[in-house]
Ligand binder design. Structure first.
Ligand code: GDP
Length: 474
């Protein structure tokens, strides 16, 4: 166990943290002490493991001569009700990539359109929740943000927040002044507000590209896309198309009959059916790739969004995937990652239980009366998972608090039960099923599983479980 190794290292005078690199001979001695033999991996493989674990991707490492142009990846941000969803729909309708029309449109989290022969990729989850979630994980997936401002309403708090997000992320913005058809639409006021925020539009002497649209009437959409392409041109977006594929998970789901699927955006390399991927503790032999029209895709070069089938489980949105040599390697790395993540969590709990300093102690006195219900949340898709967490966290109680220790998309697994048992947590499962044997194991390990397909019922049951913590013990 990590904490044991850490204390072992301490005895040897090495004050190592959880994720620290240690010398090979130290590792060798330590391994030998516990009867293990140290095995050093080949460099490439080691890097792949490290990358898959850290969920970081070096996009700049390619030789410039290997790079070719790629489409911009665009997200839509702005205040609630200013028309983000409507705009995303109207862009998609107006500019379906030719030859792919006629299929059944599905919202898979991202889509690609064409404007004058140039492709653009859109993240199809409006609002900065998705964007910031990815940023939180260090993922720079978007190249350009369209900031939607309703002409009749002007800049609002979330518009400013979104602007700040984009600016902090170093993502250039194109402003879409929407609802030009609405009564009270006032484009000059919006431009004035842009100037006040140091993002003056070109006709006001600034540099920010901006376009007036009516998303609901499909007006001004081509002009807006032209502006986005203009912005993209400045960025000179390029990627290596022929290396091992890497990219980011936009959305994932467990679908009946299809297993786990995930929509990804390829960032470099080209994905093909048969590619072997690792994403954290998940792996995938790409069984099939579909676009947003449900059409099969044979190859997905950089910036292409595709829904991939063949995942071992649903990977987290915002995490990186990486192509490896074959599915055996993918599986092994994923399993090692899973074990490591489990250990990290356990050691975090050990740390949580470690002797505390005075501040922590005083803090604890304050909450002395508080009991905590720890929960592991599982749900069918990310959106519902976040909704469940939001509702659970809003349950108000003076005496019992609730702590989500892990949340994930997918079936309730035996691993979840093991984790719940070791951390005395309750499993809260929304709209998802259980792997074979989970119920028996839960019974054996005395793990409580709250399971429902109706969110309010689920929350009620969790509330009951919290109340039960207050029952007197005999
Ligand atoms: P979101 O919350 O930013 O995603 O906004 P929605 O796309 O859901 O739009 C909010 C409301 O504004 C809906 O009732 C839309 O029909 C309406 N809306 C969106 N675009 C326009 C537009 O161009 N003109 C007018 N008049 N209404 C719009």
């Amino acid at each position: 166990k990590p904490f044991k190794l850490i204390s072992e290292l301490m005895d040897a005078g090495i004050f190592a943290g959880m994720n620290q690199t240690i010398e090979e001979d130290v590792a060798g001695r330590l391994a030998a002490k516990y009867g293990f033999q140290l095995e050093i991996r080949h460099r490439g493989e080691e890097q792949a493991v490290a990358k898959a674990k850290e969920k970081k991707i070096e996009l700049a490492e390619d030789d410039p001569s290997l790079l070719s142009p790629r489409a911009p990846v665009v997200c839509v941000l702005g205040h609630v009700d200013h028309g983000k969803t409507t705009l995303l729909d109207s862009i998609r309708k107006a500019n379906v990539v030719s030859g792919e029309a006629g299929g059944i449109t599905q919202h898979i989290g991202a889509y690609q359109v064409e404007q004058n022969g140039h492709k653009l990729t859109f993240i199809d989850t409006p609002g900065h929740a998705a964007f910031s979630k990815m940023r939180e994980r260090g993922a720079n997936v978007t190249d350009i943000a369209i900031l939607v401002v309703a002409a009749d309403d002007g800049f609002m708090p979330q518009t400013d927040e979104a602007l700040k997000f984009a600016q902090n992320a170093g993502v250039p913005i194109v402003v879409a002044i929407n609802k030009m058809d609405a009564k009270g639409a006032n484009i000059e006021r919006v431009k004035q507000q842009m100037q006040e925020r140091n993002i003056a539009s070109e006709d006001w002497g600034g540099e920010t590209l901006c376009s007036a649209v009516s998303a609901i009437n499909n007006e001004g959409i081509s002009e807006l896309l032209e502006q986005v392409l203009l912005q993209a041109e400045v960025l000179e977006l390029k990627a290596n198309h022929s290396c091992d594929a890497q990219g980011i998970i936009v959305e994932s789901q467990v679908e009946q009959g299809r297993g786990s699927t995930a929509t990804v955006i390829v960032q470099k390399g080209t994905l093909k059916p048969g590619s072997a991927l690792v994403c954290g503790d998940n792996y995938c032999k790409v069984r099939a790739m579909l676009d947003e029209n449900g059409q099969k895709v044979k190859s997905a070069p950089p910036s292409t969004p595709v829904r991939i089938m063949g995942w071992s489980d649903a990977p987290d949105s915002g995490s990186y995937f990486l192509e490896v040599k074959n599915d055996k390697v993918a599986r092994r790395i994923a399993e090692e990652n899973a074990e490591e993540m489990r250990q990290e969590l356990l050691s975090k709990q050990v740390k949580d239980n470690a002797p505390m300093d005075l501040d922590q102690f005083l803090g604890l006195i304050d909450e002395k009366q508080q009991k905590t219900l720890s929960v592991i949340v599982k749900a069918d898709v990310h959106g519902s998972m976040e909704a469940v967490i939001g509702m659970l966290e809003s349950i108000k109680s003076d005496k019992v608090s609730l702590r989500v220790i892990v949340s994930d998309v997918g079936l309730v697994s035996k691993n979840d039960v093991v984790l719940a048992s070791s951390s005395k947590a309750t499993i809260v499962a929304f709209n998802t099923r259980m792997e074979n044997g989970v119920q028996a194991l839960a019974k054996h390990d005395d793990v409580h599983i709250v399971h429902h397909n109706i969110i309010y019922e689920l929350v009620d049951q969790v509330r009951d479980a919290m109340a039960e913590l207050l029952e007197p013990e005999y």
